[in-house]
Each structure stands twice: as structure tokens, then as C-alpha cells.
Design a protein around this ligand. Structure first.
Ligand code: ZN
Length: 454
């Protein structure tokens, strides 16, 4: 099985021995990968006490037109060879093998096992053999027998020494992050109201304020009040994490919150690299993407955010192919008002010239700003004033209930959250009177507007 984005393709391993110059020929992999895979497979077989036959052996990986990486296929190729040699005699019908081999025959974990096992189940596969280190990742999948293995040798003896199948785990609890950042915030009532509106409608936000105004804390407070993931959402998210090798602890049960640094490459942010992996925007799918110091991200990264923000998905095209990943994230961007950070500050003086300020602000282009519904100016607050206020848990609980209720109301009314309403739908459902309408610029509706609030 190989993955192209989230699309799984079954790969058949055909092995044939013919007359001719002794060699192991693998068809259907990129050249460099073939050499490495051949070395590992031959060495692993030798270490299991299997003599690699000196005949001309052809391994064909079909279908030929699908791009493959070798790592997850190595175990299947080794099994194909063992069958041809007559060393492995048990019936491998409706079984699938995943794993990268070490030189000594032990198995290394593979990326993307979770979506591959789900796809295998759809294809009617009954038994899966996979690296033990991936166990937690696939333990929630039911309906097929999962055999975790550590060493190729275990397959040789499978007929007489059965491998203990993995017991499926109970349905996990879907929870929020346990940190109550929302409850820890003192003052900032307007900001707290803004993030509740944003969380309910899944609106993108831009927070503008001086250093110390609490922008990062406010972004993290979003985690405390967003509704927990549903099981279907958790599966969708876990598939993406699995492709990056980040799901080995099991199903992702918390709504994602990603905060890549502004020095992250465009490929790291958007997705790509030579294996066309999902980027941070896809790891933030159905969750929050927090980009602090937003104007400091490279222009290419900022430009590349536009399409996913509009479509909720990203298409990555490179010379070695093109893949699509979901990327329906809520953007919470934070920026200083000016390069030094202290424009409009109550006690500190801004050091920037007007030119510097306008150049700084222009880094965030109009098309990006058009996709940000809520812009919030934050003022530093004097903690002394709120010294008496303690963490109020019921405040967080009330905010959670409000967010959940408002989101349900939006979904019931229009089948989608407010953030993705079209211009026409906004007029239809928003209840905005014509007299008020001209204050709303297209889809950009501030949090003071009734459309975003209800
Ligand atoms: Zn300044």
C-alpha cells in the first residue's frame, strides 16, 4: 500500500525467478530507493538464516504508474521472496504487510500506517502485519486482525508459533486541553468576548498589540473554549498526523493547536518537500493555526496561505507529482502595531518612522486581510488593577457553553459556521439591516456586528 496524499493505492508484489545472470531486480521504485531497499532486504533475509538464492529474481511492484516510496513496502517484498523460496508456506491471502526493514531483520515504524490500515479494511483485507512500534496508532481500528511484529523471523514461524494479535482499545475520550488559559486571563473582557465569537463561527482573527498585551495568551485561550473533536474529526486529523509520523501515541483526541515559528519554511508551513508531506496548515486542520509575529513570515508563505484559507484545502504541486490535503484551520495571527511594537502604547514611546510603520503593515496583503473576519486591537493592562481577581473556572465553563450553543445555532440555521457564509448568505442569514450593511466590508464583519455574534 502506498499513499498519495490521503489516497491509498494497493500495491501488489509479484516475484519471479528466471534463468540468467544472478541478480535481484526491482521494478517500480525510484532508482536510489531500489538500491537501498535491495541492500536492506538481502541483509535482513541473511540475518534470518535465509540464503538469498543466486538466481535472476524479478520483483515487480504494480501498478507501475503510482509513485512509491520503498520503506513501507520492504516487508511485503521480503515476504514475496520468502514465498518464492518456499520458506514461507502459510496462506497470505487477504493479508497485508507493512514495514521498513533494518539490516538485522527487525522492523522500523512506518509513516501513514493509520490511513493505510483504514483503507485496507475498506478493501476487504482481513489480516495486517505491521511494526510493533506503530501499535498504539492503529489500536482503535476494528474489523480486522492486527499483528504487531518486531522481527521478520516472526513471520517465518507464524504457522507454528502464532503471533498475538493486537487488542483493540476502547473508544477514547475526546477532551479539551486541560490547561484553562481562558480562566487565567485577567481583565481583557472585550478580547475574551472576541475569541468566543471567533471560536463559535470559526472566524480567522488578527490580534494587534504591543509586546506584553497578551496576544499569545489570548490565542492559547482558544484551546480552552473550542468544542472537543468528534470521533469522525479525530480520525480525519489522525490520518494527517500519521502521514508525518506524529500519531504513534494513538488517536489525536484534542483539537489541534499549531504555532510554527516565523522562520518555518514555506514547505514546512504549507506542505511539500520531496515526499509531498502535509505541512503545519494541515496539521492545524479542524483546529487553530497560531502565527505569532505574522508580518515576519516570508512573503511566499503569506501568499501561499491565501488559497487554503479560501478553500479549506491545499494542493501541493511539484515536479514529482501533486497531492491534496485538507487544511480547514482557524487562523489566529498576531502582530505588533509597528516594527518596535509600541505605537499607541500608554507609557512607552514608539521609535518608528511613518515610512517604517507603513512598510511593516503592508507586509500583510489586502487579499489575506480580506480573509480575516475579526481584527482586534489589544491594550496592555495593569495587572495590579486585577490583583484580586482569581482564576474563575465557571467563567470558562460559561464561555464553552456559549461557544457550543452559538455554533450549534449557526449549523442548524445555515448548515455551516458564519465564517464560511457567502456574501449572499450573509445578507440572508445575518439579519443585517440595509442601513447597517455599508459598514460591513464584504465578508469582513467585525465582532460588534450582529451577524458574527449570533
Ligand atoms: Zn514603533
Amino acid at each position: 500500500m502506498v499513499m498519495t496524499g490521503l489516497k491509498a493505492t494497493k500495491v501488489e508484489v509479484e516475484v519471479d525467478g528466471t534463468r540468467g545472470q544472478p541478480a535481484l531486480i526491482v521494478i517500480g521504485l525510484p532508482n536510489k530507493a531500489i538500491d537501498e531497499a535491495k541492500e536492506r532486504i538481502s541483509s535482513a533475509l541473511t540475518n534470518c538464516g535465509i540464503r538469498v538464492r543466486s538466481i535472476r529474481t524479478i520483483v515487480n511492484l504494480a501498478p507501475a504508474e503510482v509513485k512509491k516510496t520503498s520503506s513501507a513496502l520492504e516487508l511485503a517484498i521480503a515476504v514475496g521472496l520468502l514465498k518464492m523460496y518456499g520458506e514461507l508456506t502459510w496462506d497470505t491471502d487477504r493479508a497485508m504487510f507493512f514495514g521498513e526493514l533494518s539490516l538485522d531483520g527487525s522492523l522500523k515504524p512506518v509513516r501513514g500506517l493509520f490511513p493505510m490500515v483504514l483503507a485496507a479494511k475498506e478493501m476487504g483485507v482481513k489480516r495486517i502485519f505491521f511494526p510493533r512500534e506503530n501499535s498504539q496508532e492503529v489500536a482503535v481500528v476494528r474489523g480486522l486482525t492486527l499483528y504487531p511484529i518486531e522481527h521478520l523471523r516472526q513471520l517465518l514461524g507464524f504457522a507454528t508459533r502464532p503471533i498475538k494479535p493486537l487488542l483493540s482499545t476502547h473508544s477514547p475520550q475526546f477532551s479539551r486541553s486541560t490547561d484553562d488559559v481562558f480562566g487565567q486571563m485577567v481583565g481583557q473582557e472585550q478580547a475574551k468576548r472576541a475569541i468566543q465569537i471567533a471560536a463559535a463561527g470559526r472566524h480567522n482573527m488578527l490580534l494587534i498589540g504591543s509586546p506584553g498585551a497578551g496576544k499569545s495568551m489570548l490565542a492559547r485561550a482558544m484551546r480552552s473554549i473550542l468544542p472537543p473533536l468528534s470521533e469522525a474529526e479525530a480520525i480525519e486529523v489522525t490520518k494527517l498526523y500519521s502521514l508525518r509520523g506524529l500519531a504513534q501515541q494513538g488517536l489525536i483526541v484534542e483539537r489541534p493547536f499549531r504555532e510554527p515559528h516565523h522562520t518555518t519554511s514555506t514547505a514546512g508551513l504549507i506542505g511539500g518537500g520531496h515526499t509531498l508531506q502535509p505541512g503545519e496548515i494541515s496539521l492545524a486542520h479542524l483546529g487553530v493555526l497560531f502565527l505569532d509575529e505574522f508580518p515576519e513570515y516570508s512573503q511566499s508563505s503569506l501568499e501561499a496561505l491565501r488559497q487554503p484559507m479560501e478553500d479549506g484545502r491545499v494542493v501541493i504541486t511539484r515536479v514529482n507529482g501533486s497531492v491534496e490535503y485538507p487544511a480547514r484551520f482557524m487562523l489566529v495571527a498576531a502582530a505588533n502595531p509597528c516594527p518596535c511594537g509600541y505605537q499607541f502604547h500608554s507609557t512607552r514611546q514608539c521609535q518608528c518612522s511613518e515610512r517604517e510603520i507603513s512598510r511593516y503593515q503592508r507586509r500583510i496583503s489586502g487579499p489575506i486581510l480580506d480573509r480575516i473576519d475579526i481584527q482586534l486591537k489589544m491594550q496592555s493592562i495593569d495587572p495590579e488593577r486585577f490583583a484580586q481577581q482569581e482564576t474563575v473556572f465557571h467563567q470558562t465553563e460559561r464561555a464553552r457553553q456559549t461557544v457550543a450553543l452559538v455554533q450549534q445555532r449557526q449549523l442548524k440555521r445555515q448548515g455551516k459556521t458564519n465564517a464560511v457564509l457567502s456574501y449572499k448568505q450573509l445578507r440572508q442569514f445575518g439579519g443585517i439591516q440595509p442601513a447597517v450593511w455599508h459598514f460591513c466590508h464584504g465578508r469582513r464583519v467585525g465582532f460588534s456586528s450582529p451577524a458574527a455574534a449570533i
